[in-house]
Design a protein around this ligand. Sequence first.
Ligand code: 9YT
Length: 132
Amino acid sequence: MIVRTTAEITGTDRDVASEDGNWTSKRIVLGGDGVGFSFHETTIKAGSVNNFHYANHIEAVWVVEGEGTLTDLTNNETYELGPGSMYLLNGHERHRVEPRTQMRMFCVFNPPVTGREVHDENGVYPLVEVPA
Ligand code: 9YT
């Protein structure tokens, strides 16, 4: 069994910030934990515009705080997000998240993020294999 707390993650290499300063993410469970998914708590700044594309991963996102808009960039459909909203990127959709107030969400990735990924110029995470 693994037990972790926010206090143990904050300020470590499991607590990452985006280059543009728009979001931070605490990687609670990573690929190295060997369970087939990763689990993150992401906080995104009010007023920011964030284009994401997880070409190699399925992601589920559960919003617990804040209000904003999600746009599916494959068809320009928009969705309102708030506490209790979930979106599942089961088709690797390019998407945009625009928080009106600071948003906090819990995210699950399959396959797991290892922690070494950086977004490339398209906002894509490469697929990084977890060493056996
Ligand atoms: C909202 C969202 O897509 N969060 C993804 C996780 C975050 N970008 C991270 O941990 O890298």
